[in-house]
Design a protein around this ligand. Structure first.
Ligand code: NDP
Length: 460
């Protein structure tokens, strides 16, 4: 008995040492890339029980390999603004891992985009895409271009210039970009038009998030937000809870936030607050979603305009204050690290029961600790927001078949995929000794499929 115990302890120590050693190397090779290192740390720490149980992953140097992108390109994007001045931005595409399918992941246009952000998003994407159960590898891209305040002509000239370099790296069976922050249907349209013009070929499956009029999937626009709510719904159900009658706070008012609010409201919740990068609105009567859609999707205005239309609502400058509003369920759907330890403690002291990460890495590692220690149900991004990329993969299927499914068909498939992801995370967490910890469950379930495929394909 004692010997068995000793062998187990030795195995655990060996796994911990291995993870620490590789992480130290990652820090040395990627200094000052804080977002990337944060994401790597979260994933690596979850994998210790996997290496303890299956040491062959260590023998195959799987961590060293998976953390190193297959390739990353950065490129110059020159374009002419409305005043005739030449502007220059930096473009990025990371092709992180193609073990289970063509690289797949969105493009982000935001001034904060840099190597660290692209690498964190790309690394996270590998595991997320694996969790969907669909054959897609991990990639990501974008630019430090700021679409805010730009005319349609400027957006078009920038995206055309961006695609004039990007096209040589992508293709329906190579790498399939989509949208992310600052890249919606308008930008995808311009990108697709330019790709088609350069290639002289109608390759519909080269980009997803297209308008359904020319090859986009119905329900893609709704998929990330709806999917997050479907995932949280499963998590609540397991504890005998539901959205019905609950108070919900959602950060952001972009693609993910709007459709998370819509589905939460459809399930009987009252969404009382949402935000943009300038501030947040609190409406105790429940946010009027038609107003938000008009302001954000059509008029591209600031969220502060909401209170002019609904004078009983309140507007506050700054984003972080939104987490001081008491709620049962919080859905951070704006950007990375928007909930820190202080905000997490505030949410807990106000009685929050569940957190669903609609955005990528919206909670810091310290904030996640606060939630887990206080038994708050926690749905991690790579599982909870995987519905967007899942429906993107369904868009690729429809493009290959040259067929379109109805909204209801796609939504039903999305719902099923989110239920499967939830069950797989729960099962992996249990199997590896962390029952109820979906952070660990998601990382392990996502990792194993990719790691096994990498090993099966030899040392490449
Ligand atoms: P959008 O550009 O449509 O919306 C982003 C929203 O977040 C806007 O309301 C924006 O406000 C706000 N925001 C952006 N940056 C900041 C910041 N630094 N501080 C505070 N608020 C900010 O993007 P999406 O809705 O597509 O993406 C939101 C999140 O969801 C991102 O983390 C993205 O990676 C993730 N995600 C998106 C998917 C998709 O399918 N679109 C799929 C999976 C994950 P403002 O208008 O003022 O900039």
């Amino acid at each position: 008995m004692e010997t068995l115990q000793k062998v187990k302890q030795d195995g655990l120590q060996m796994a911990k040492d291995y993870v620490d050693e590789v992480y130290e190397k990652v820090i040395k090779q990627n200094p000052n890339e804080n977002e990337f290192l944060q994401c790597v740390k979260e994933i690596f720490d979850s994998l210790v029980p996997v290496f303890t149980k299956h040491p062959h992953y260590m023998d195959n140097s799987i961590l060293e390999r998976i953390v190193e992108p297959e390739r990353m390109v950065t490129f110059r994007v020159s374009w002419v603004d409305d005043h005739g001045k030449v502007q220059v931005n930096r473009g990025f595409r990371i092709q992180y891992n193609s073990a289970i399918g063509p690289y797949k992941g969105g493009l982000r246009f935001h001034p904060s985009v840099n190597t660290s952000i692209i690498k964190f998003l790309g690394f996270e994407q590998i595991f997320k895409n694996s969790l969907t159960g669909l054959p897609i590898g991990g990639g990501k891209g974008g630019s430090d271009f700021d679409p805010k305040g730009k005319s349609d002509g400027e957006i078009m000239r920038f995206t055309q210039s961006f695609m004039t370099e990007l096209y040589r790296h992508i293709g329906p069976d190579i790498d399939v970009p989509a949208g992310d922050i600052g890249v919606g249907a308008r930008e995808i349209g311009f990108l697709f038009g330019q790709y088609k013009r350069i290639r002289g070929n109608y390759e519909a499956g080269v980009l997803t998030g297209k308008n359904p009029r020319y090859g986009g999937s119905l329900a893609r626009k709704e998929a990330t937000g709806y999917g997050t709510v479907y995932f949280v719904e499963e998590m609540l159900k397991d504890k005998g809870l539901s959205f019905e009658g609950s108070t919900v706070v959602v950060s952001g008012s972009g693609n993910v936030a709007i459709y998370a609010m819509e589905k939460a409201a459809q399930l009987g919740a009252k969404v009382v607050a949402c935000s943009d990068s300038n501030g947040f609105v609190y409406d105790q009567n429940g946010i009027n979603l038609e107003t938000i859609k008009r302001l954000k999707e059509i008029e591209r205005k600031r969220i502060s305009e909401y209170v002019k239309i609904h004078p009983t609502a309140e507007y506050y400058e700054g984003c972080t204050g939104i987490w001081s509003i008491p709620c049962d369920i919080a859905l951070p759907c704006a950007t990375q690290n928007e909930i820190d330890e202080t905000a997490a403690n505030l949410l807990v002291s106000n009685g929050v029961k569940a957190i669903g990460e609609g955005a990528n890495m919206p909670c810091t590692l310290e904030a996640i600790d606060v939630f887990l220690k206080n038994d708050v149900l926690f749905a991690p991004a790579k599982a909870a927001n995987a519905g967007g990329v899942a429906v993107s993969a369904l868009e690729m299927s429809q493009n290959s078949m040259r067929l379109s499914w109805s909204f209801e068909e796609v939504d039903a498939k999305l719902h099923q995929i989110m239920e499967n992801i939830y069950r797989n995370c729960v099962q992996a967490a249990e199997e590896y000794g962390y029952p109820g910890n979906l952070v660990v469950g998601a990382n392990i379930a996502g990792f194993i499929k990719v790691a096994d495929a990498m090993i099966a394909q030899g040392v490449i």
